[in-house]
Design a protein around this ligand. Structure first.
Ligand code: NAP
Length: 322
């Protein structure tokens, strides 16, 4: 099969399009023919070797977690998926494996693609959507009528977090640069703060939750924006957050949290239901063919992606005929 492979850590030029052997599913895995795979910042962090001490260096490595594809083969222990199912999901192999014609995942990685949602949007939702959902609903326990600040509201996680917070009936203050204000208006946040014009640390609001998607504001800097018992939650790596957690006893009940998204087919199914009913819309910024993977990574690394960018790997017959 064709795949975008890396054989060393480095810049986006380390990708090579190669013929590699197709993986074989174990009893608890499904083999999926990939139609599209989205780009997440974690992919280029992996490519640079940032997580090699945690995940090792099992070269050749195929990156890419978020996919949409068709189930080609299901292992003997698979209960809920069948050959021919069109699924979307977040692969649970160490480095993903989605930048290829075929990839493996266990059942928890997938949900059925809603028929009225495009392959591109389905491929782009999983990792960022699970992050936004699990951060707001589970970690921060955001409730109806509470106020949440979302810093980095125009990116992959951010634009889904704005919509999910609205689904949870919270009051949403979206932080983005002025050029993305009109993009964000379609999701009806209650307020938009242009961080190029206004210092977020001086906004005249008190929030129940400060979701620092970008990770450029610490708990220490933002705690005055939180209501008593409010929560600061970040996507930052755990060690930095652990340091701030040590300060928690002195912050009068204010909480500091981080998260690592968990694989969950039921959460994916919920995201799928919201997409099907139009409550969650995934914006595709750019779409690249597999052999332009270096360009796609370079674009993501600029940190200016609006919504998500995806790699199209194959077309699906039924979708093409529509
Ligand atoms: N822990 C986890 O499980 C987990 C999961 C997913 C993601 N993450 C991490 O979360 C971060 C965000 O991920 P993502 O997928 O949302 O990234 P992304 O899509 O690449 O984010 C791009 C967006 O960031 C905005 N941005 C850049 N600088 C900003 C600033 N100073 N203030 C506010 N917004 C700013 C940009 O908007 P402007 O052009 O308007 O500035 C752009 O729209 C990454 O570091 C990623 O690795 C962690």
């Amino acid at each position: 099969m064709k795949a975008a492979v890396i054989r060393k850590w480095g810049n986006a030029e380390v990708f090579k399009i190669e013929e590699v052997s197709q993986p074989t599913p174990g009893p608890d895995q499904v083999l999926v023919k990939i139609f599209a795979c989205s780009i997440n910042p974690v992919d280029w962090k992996h490519r640079k070797g940032k997580h090699q001490y945690l995940l090792g260096a099992p070269f050749p490595i195929i990156l890419g977690y978020d996919i949409c594809g068709e189930v080609i083969e299901a292992g003997s222990e698979i209960k809920h998926l069948n050959e021919g199912d069109i699924v979307f999901g977040d692969l649970d192999n160490k480095y993903g494996g989605g930048l290829a014609e075929y990839a493996l995942g266990t059942e928890q990685c997938f949900a059925l693609k809603p028929t009225n949602v495009s392959i591109e949007q389905s491929a782009a939702v999983s990792l960022a959507g699970l992050t936004a959902l699990q951060a707001l609903r589970d970690k921060a326990q955001l409730f109806k009528n509470q106020t949440v600040v979302i810093n980095g509201a125009s990116g992959g996680v951010g634009h889904m977090a704005v919509q999910i917070a609205k689904i949870l009936q919270a009051k949403v203050i979206a932080v983005a640069s002025g050029k993305n204000t009109s993009f964000l208006e379609q999701f009806s946040p209650d307020d938009i703060v242009d961080y190029t014009q206004q210092d977020i640390l001086k906004i005249p609001f008190k929030a129940d939750v400060f979701f620092d998607v970008i990770g450029n504001y610490s708990f220490l800097k933002t705690r005055h924006l939180l209501k008593p018992h409010g929560t600061y939650i970040s996507t930052l790596p755990r060690p930095k957050i652990l340091f701030h957690k040590l300060l928690q006893p002195f912050t009068r009940g204010k909480k500091v949290k981080t998260l690592l998204r968990k694989h969950s087919s039921s959460d994916l199914a919920l995201l799928g239901k919201w997409m099907e009913t139009g409550k969650l819309r995934i914006h595709i910024d750019r779409s690249f063919p597999l052999d332009k993977i270096a360009e796609a990574h370079a674009h993501s690394e600029l940190g200016r992606t609006v919504g998500k960018s995806i790699i199209v790997i194959a077309t699906h017959e039924k979708e093409t005929k529509k």
